[in-house]
Write a protein that binds this ligand. Structure first.
Ligand SMILES: *[C@@H]1O[C@H](CO)[C@@H](O)[C@H](O)[C@H]1NC(C)=O
Ligand SMILES: *[C@@H]1O[C@H](CO)[C@@H](O)[C@H](O)[C@H]1NC(C)=O
Ligand SMILES: *[C@@H]1O[C@H](CO)[C@@H](O)[C@H](O)[C@H]1NC(C)=O
Length: 388
């Protein structure tokens, strides 16, 4: 079924989920009180369900986090049995979300992904003029999510010199919807005055516009930072072992051109069920299978590619699956993603933090910004991370 051969998607993921559910069950049923609590919750859920028109509208009304999205990214073709579809950790996170994706209603107008239809409001055009970065990390983030930005600033973005190489981190934002637009813009301006790391463009920042966000990132890299050697699109809820990434890219056999790597997705089926979050109509993407692409949580590329993606996007119909869209751009260019030197470097989910493990990988998906700060601090404390 085209599971990632890295061992951390597909079956690996399934195993982790089963394990975590087993671990959770013991304490859950230990006391009758918790059982009672669970029962109340169950009744409440049924109540909410009955109150809404159908299970679908109920489902749609949930503000799903990008995490969730990732979970579905990995599972929508894996066909896990229903109890394992929702990771317990993410069930808890439902109300902490800052992104409010919705299922595309039929007949949605999709907007051109070609990024030059949009305009930069903040572009920090000087950052790549004063420095020639080896690597630029581009983080799409919701305008309101200052907590995620601050956590990243004090962890993997804190050092601008990594393994002797200049590394920059920038945050990509669109416009937020809502009445507090003006106030938020003012706050963002102040935040940028302090950190000089916000890039903002005038498209509506929403789940369905993620492809636009990615393409605007590509446009910025191509027009404002073309001296950089490599770049990475990385989600704001990620752990990034930046040293390991730079060490990987410094290897002499890593290509300097036409290079795209990350967690590779092979033979992913296009979702045709209209009720799915992943639904893509045939008018937008006629084929049954996506070209090989790199999972959206974090992919790395040589910096000649952004300009080529921008050109390619002129003639590719936009659809809202941003990572598969980049796969389409690669295909159009006659290129394909490359497996990382070691496939276990790019990982998605892990059930628990392990210092030794985190010292060896490049990516992991995290549950919160607090986790990022906590794990990072622990990883950086003195002493060897593996086996004492
Ligand atoms: C960030 O980097 C500075 C200097 O490079 C260092 O002094 C400081 O301790 C770092 N902060 C964290 C939270 O690691
Ligand atoms: C995407 O962005 C465009 C341009 O700002 C906007 O008109 C449109 O409503 C957005 N679409 C969604 C689904 O948010
Ligand atoms: C899941 O897919 C979407 C759309 O392609 C992408 O934007 C997102 O980054 C992916 N999520 C993860 C965590 O990989």
């Amino acid at each position: 079924m085209g599971d990632p051969e890295t061992g951390s998607g597909g079956n690996g993921l399934k195993r982790q989920l089963v394990e975590s559910l087993v671990h959770q069950k013991k304490p859950l049923f230990h006391s009758w009180f918790q059982y009672l609590l669970l029962l109340c919750l169950g009744i409440f859920v049924i109540f909410v369900y009955v109150m809404s028109d159908s299970s679908l509208t109920w489902w749609k009304s949930f503000p799903l986090h990008e995490h969730y999205q990732m979970f579905f990214n990995l599972t929508n073709q894996v066909n896990l049995p229903p109890p394992y579809r929702i990771h317990p950790k993410h069930r808890v996170k439902l109300h902490e979300t800052t992104e409010h994706p919705t299922v595309p209603p039929t007949g949605t107008k999709y907007h051109q992904a070609y990024p030059r239809n949009y305009h930069f409001v903040m572009d920090n055009t000087e950052v790549c003029k004063t420095k020639t970065p080896f690597l630029v990390l581009m983080v799409p983030v919701a305008p309101k999510n200052v907590a995620a930005r601050d956590a990243i600033r004090q962890t993997w973005a804190n050092d601008t010199l990594v393994q002797g190489e200049v590394v920059l981190t920038l945050f990509m934002l669109g416009f937020s919807e809502g009445a507090d637009f003006e106030q938020l813009q003012e706050k963002l301006k102040q935040e940028n005055l302090q950190h000089h790391d916000l890039i903002q463009s005038d498209f509506m920042d929403s789940y369905l516009n993620l492809t636009i966000k990615t393409m605007v990132i590509m446009d910025w890299l191509a027009t404002r930072c073309n001296t950089a050697a490599y770049a990475m699109k990385i989600d704001s809820d990620m752990f990034l072992n930046i040293d390991n990434l730079v060490i990987m890219l410094q290897k002499p056999d890593i290509p300097k051109l036409n290079y795209l790597t990350g967690m590779l997705m092979w033979n992913r089926q296009v979702v045709r069920s209209k009720n799915s979050k992943w639904y893509v109509p045939e008018e937008m993407y006629p084929g049954p299978i996506y070209p090989t692409y790199t999972l959206g949580m974090g992919y790395v590329f040589s910096n000649d590619l952004p300009g080529k993606f921008v050109e390619a996007s002129k003639s590719i119909k936009p659809f809202n699956i941003e990572d598969a869209y980049i796969g389409m751009c690669m295909k159009k260019l006659g290129l394909a993603p490359t497996s990382p030197p070691n496939p276990s470097l790019f990982k998605a989910y892990n059930t628990r933090y392990d210092r030794c493990e985190y010292s060896k990988v490049i990516t992991y998906i995290l549950g919160s910004s607090q986790e990022l700060v906590k794990y990072w601090t622990d990883l950086k404390k003195p002493g060897p991370p593996c086996g004492q």
